[in-house]
Design a protein around this ligand. Structure first.
Ligand SMILES: [Zn+2]
Length: 93
């Protein structure tokens, strides 16, 4: 697909480090599978991946921690279903 941000480059499969920030809360997730733009570096995370990331962030928040560093490959996956995200605003970090 073409990048929705710069509209000038193709995106390719890659791994992306995703940063969450919410008030004082900081979470870094390494090795998140994403489509990465060759032009501007924008990353598009698929919907099921985004849902998983948010769930992990909530768990860490609920545990009372204010920061964390995760590797996406170590997060248990509920299933291997791949869905395509059509909403850039909802799925782009
Ligand atoms: Zn781009």
């Amino acid at each position: 697909m073409n990048c929705l941000i710069c509209r000038q480059a193709e995106t390719v499969d890659g791994l992306k480090t995703v940063h969450f920030e919410r008030d004082e809360f900081r979470l870094v997730v390494n090795n998140v599978p994403a489509r990465v733009c060759l032009g501007c570096g924008e990353a598009y995370v698929e919907e099921n991946v985004a849902v998983e990331l948010l769930r992990e962030a909530e768990e860490i928040l609920d545990a009372g921690r204010m920061d964390g560093v995760l590797d996406f490959r170590t997060i248990p996956q509920p299933n291997d279903t791949i869905t395509t995200c059509n909403s850039a605003s909802a799925c782009s970090f």
